[in-house]
Design a protein around this ligand. Structure first.
Ligand SMILES: Cc1ncc(COP(=O)(O)O)c(C=O)c1O
Length: 393
């Protein structure tokens, strides 16, 4: 089957919601289907031996094998690339598949990475333990001061790995001063944009080189798919990320791509509602006598609120809070009383979730007990009531 060109689509300039609805779907090339066809196939036939012989040339117009490329996945990749203000995107089997492909594409034995200390814990484990086996070392920097991150760069640093808001405390990292300095030194900046999605921020515009997503979260939006994406502008980075994906085999399944295309159609609507409900709950908690601290960057009390207001157009609904009573018992009591919020990992779907545990960042000798909330799409009054009753004596 011939690859569909992504250029020439009439809807390159629409607003975010219009692009989510229509861009890159080439309906008339697919019998006019309004829902994109699912090419659930492992391989593709060639018209003749000459076309087969030319299949590995970059200009070959044919799909070959789904680990390398698939028409359903290509529609998703074209759409997400545009939404993130990138030139290309690559679908992977999970967020971790995307993160490891983006990092691997830029390191080799003897090179060094600088990373934000409170990144998603498996990302940290990958950098700290796994890559060490292959001679790649990482310096983790706590806090949000750009000068601290820049001070950790070395001559052999190849990657600056950022996630904002950070895991747990939802700290916001100011991008512009970091990305400019990294680029000057030939260092690739990788940014995990799962929390904000391109609806609230497009970090390529702030000078990042590669965006990674756990598309399992808001992009999928329905807790029924595990997926990842890498987005960028530079063609050489594209070639290298593709190579990682193809050789490690963490390719996105076409059905997962189809579900993500469906998820994207309502991304803007969902993000508006997540933001509204998240803010209502964060504000209620901030005024609650049992609550010591709410780590939501939209609140004026958040230490990085000013940077957040400058850098983000809006806010995701994953955040944490600390009770005055710092203990396992108090944390578990609240969690066990919740009825609408359910106890589970992950986030970004339709359903509200809660977890709790210790968090060591500020003072390793005095861990903070935090409750992490993901605010879903249920009726806001039900969510407020659920938390209020869980916090009662
Ligand atoms: C911020 C962030 N990045 C990456 C990931 C990893 O994504 P996945 O579980 O799709 O591999 C997660 C998953 O929870 C996450 O929260």
């Amino acid at each position: 089957m011939e690859e569909q060109p992504v250029t020439g689509d009439p809807l390159v300039d629409g607003g975010f919601e219009t692009l989510c609805a229509h861009y890159g779907e080439h309906r008339l090339a697919h019998g006019g289907a309004t829902a994109p066809p699912l090419y659930q196939t492992s391989n593709f036939v060639y018209p003749d031996a000459e076309a087969f012989e030319r299949r590995l040339l970059p200009q070959s117009p044919y799909y070959d094998y789904t680990r390398v490329g698939n028409p359903t996945t290509a529609m998703l990749e074209a759409k997400l690339a545009l939404l993130e203000h990138g030139h290309w995107a690559r679908g992977l089997a999970s967020g971790m598949g995307a993160i490891t492909a983006a990092i691997n594409a830029n390191v080799e034995s003897g090179t060094h990475v600088v990373a934000v200390a409170n990144c998603y814990p498996p990302t940290r484990e990958y950098l700290e333990q796994y890559l060490q086996r292959f001679g790649v070392t990482t310096t983790f920097v706590r806090g949000t001061n750009p000068a601290d991150l820049l001070a950790a760069l070395r001559d052999n640093t190849r990657v600056l790995y950022l996630e904002s808001p950070t895991f747990g405390l939802n700290e916001i990292i100011e991008l512009a001063p970091l990305t400019a300095a990294a680029r000057q030194r030939g260092i690739v900046t990788i940014f995990d944009n799962s929390w904000a999605t391109p609806y609230f921020q497009q970090p390529l515009d702030a000078g990042c080189d590669l965006i990674v997503h756990s598309a399992t979260k808001y992009i999928g939006g329905h807790s029924d798919v595990v997926a990842g994406m890498v987005v960028g502008r530079d063609e050489d980075l594209h070639r290298r990320v593709r190579r990682e994906a193809e050789l490690h085999g963490a390719t996105l399944d076409p059905f997962a791509a189809w579900l993500l295309l469906r998820g994207l159609r309502t991304l803007a609507l969902r993000m508006e509602q997540h933001q509204r409900s998240g803010l209502a709950i964060a504000s209620m908690l901030a005024a609650h006598p049992k609550v010591r601290q709410v780590n939501h960057p939209a609140l004026e009390s958040h230490p990085n609120h000013a940077v957040a207001q400058r850098q983000l157009r809006g806010y995701g609904s994953l955040f944490s809070f600390a009770l005055h009573e710092q203990s396992r018992e108090a944390t578990h009591r609240v969690l066990n009383r919740l009825r609408v919020f359910r106890i589970a990992v992950s986030w970004g779907g339709y359903e509200s979730l809660a977890t709790g545990g210790t968090f060591f960042d500020r003072d390793p000798d005095r861990p903070t007990w935090l409750l992490r909330l993901f605010v879903g799409l249920e009726t806001i009054d039900d969510l407020l009531h659920d938390l209020r009753q869980a916090l009662e004596d």
